[in-house]
Ligand binder design. Structure first.
Ligand SMILES: Nc1ncnc2c1ncn2[C@@H]1O[C@H](COP(=O)(O)OP(=O)(O)OP(=O)(O)O)[C@@H](O)[C@H]1O
Ligand SMILES: [Mg+2]
Length: 191
């Protein structure tokens, strides 16, 4: 199997594994992940955040997004523009969102947020304890990270998404931290 086939195979496996989590369990584990996020200084001090809007079996970010909007801080969420481009769009209000073709809540505006992001909360299908990430297969986050300035790249995942190793390419961007319902993995301490 070549690298792309390996990635594809793993994606299917991990997607299946994550889909078996019950809605209750997902909510509970997502809540614990959010509790851990609030233990991270950089996250608490963040004034400009980029965070995905959870969909189906992903770690749920709704509460986090609500809290950030309530505090009137700058929150941006992803918008897919083409087969290769994702942009961050600032969200002022939940009513600025509409479901896209897939049913994923997406900002109506096409205005990209520019400048520095203190923290980015990144989804994915698989992660390693060394910060490697397997996403959904379009390289959206890899490209976005190369084009934007970010203080701290945090991956959020359930423990069942942590694997021993992942096939990686030169374009795969590693994360600074991974937060699961069981632990905070800080890769910066290894420097
Ligand atoms: N910065 C980049 N420039 C050009 N091509 C890239 C870049 N980053 C990734 N790619 C390409 O995009 C394709 C998809 O990347 P990859 O398999 O890593 O997706 P992914 O990280 O799992 O997806 P996503 O970030 O969308 O969840 C690969 O062929 C990869 O080589
Ligand atoms: Mg990648």
């Amino acid at each position: 199997m070549n690298l792309h086939e390996q990635k594809k195979h793993l994606r299917n496996d991990l997607k299946q594994r994550r889909s078996l989590v019950s809605a209750d369990k997902r909510k509970q584990m997502s809540q614990q992940i959010i509790t851990f996020l609030y233990q991270i200084d950089e996250f608490n001090l963040a004034k400009r955040l980029f965070c995905y809007i959870s969909y189906l079996s992903e770690v749920e970010t709704t509460d986090l997004i609500d809290a950030f909007l309530e505090r009137s801080l700058s929150l941006s969420v992803p918008k897919i523009m083409s087969k290769s481009e994702m942009i961050a769009v600032q969200l002022k209000n939940l009513s600025d969102l509409e479901p896209d073709k897939m049913g994923i809540l997406t900002p109506k505006s096409n205005q990209p947020t520019t400048g520095y992001f203190d923290v980015v909360i990144t989804p994915g299908l698989g992660f390693t304890t060394t910060g490697e990430r397997l996403g959904y297969g379009r390289g959206y986050y890899d490209r976005w990270f190369t084009n934007n300035q970010v203080g701290l790249k945090i991956g959020v995942a359930f423990e069942l998404q942590i694997v021993d190793e992942l096939p990686v390419e030169a374009t795969d961007m590693a994360l600074d931290m991974i937060v699961t319902e069981e632990r905070i993995i800080d890769l910066r301490q290894q420097l």
